[in-house]
Ligand binder design. Sequence first.
Ligand code: HSE
Length: 433
Amino acid sequence: MDRPLKLGLAGLGTVGASVARILAGRREHFTDMIGRAITVRAVSARDRSRDRGVDLSNVEWFDDPVRLAAEADIDLFVELIGGAEGVALASVTAALERGLPVVTANKALLAHHGVALARLAERHGTTILFEAAVAGGIPIIKTMRESLRGNAVSRVFGILNGTCNYMLTRMEHEGVDFDTVLREAQALGYAEADPTFDIGGFDAAHKLAILTSLAFGCEIDLDSIFIEGIESISLEDIRTASDLGYRIKLLAVAQRTETGIEQRVHPTMIPADSALARVDGVTNAVAVDTDLLGSVLLAGPGAGGAATASAVLSDILDVAAGKTVPTLGIACEKLQPYRRARMRAHEGGYYIRLQVADEVGAFAAIARRMADNMISLESIVQRRKDHEDGPVAPVILITHETTEAAVREALEAVRRDGHLREEPRMIRIETLA
Ligand code: HSE
């Protein structure tokens, strides 16, 4: 039998403690499976005294995770600290500089520094594994980096933030308003410490940046992502979408276009009868459109101790079995520079909601502005309502495929015409295979 794999574990929060417990509890099974034992040799965590449900008395403790990474007698460094900078970045850098493989769940670290760290790993003959960094327990990294290697990917998209999906699901099913459901998500521990990271779309963007690189063999480019959160989605939008046969999801989409790669995170209307529309609550889902396989959809838990530990363990077992894959799927020198497609060139259908003063010519003016911008309408519905500022007519437009630039210009012209009582609302519609 080969000698044991000695592991250094930095971060013993929910996921780290879960990994340590499972490694202890399934020790014999894992040893039988890969022909060598896996031993936790060193750990680093803030609180030594906390009971984590696993015996760590024979394990070397480090107050400083960077020292652990640089000096401990280990074969593999597992980073479960989190954060794009600080000790997470310093400890991963230190481990790679020693030529140690790194397993991490840190999406922010990879979204900001993934290419630099991949290059560092390659220079030192090692690699970074990060199954847990995107969509928690769903095995999407391995699927994209290994199983779909022979395919050309045209689009990768999905529901990558459980908090937003939980909130939108509750709003739709129970009619609960945005602020109440956000408080619920925080109480249940779904939301990040700063909930704007979730509801503003930034958490999903970090995950998308990583998927884009794997899908298209390009450098990670977080800053080029168009991001719009769910803050402005109202119960009325959700109800209207439902009446029209759609559901609203926060989608993260990366797509190859004629002008480059489009990366976007925004509330999206998708057909209510699609498989993705039925992904409810905190569940995540990722779809990949490819030339050979067509469309594949993976769904499952996107967060939580045991689910995320499942992904971390799969990486640890791969390292123990001696399996290596380049960090971003291909040699760093073969990574293409990221070529950004501008959001104004985005093509798709749009849902537009306008609160219009109920006066002669308003409806006609809207229709004219759409035609001026070559926007063809699939439907236009007007309902009269009494409003504190006088009668208004909510007007709902669904466009055929058009461009973002045309929609923005048309809405600007409608606004200038002076018939609107509120800012126009617009939600993009995604075509699913
Ligand atoms: N806050 C994240 C979510 C957790 O809601 O999906 C995992 O990144």
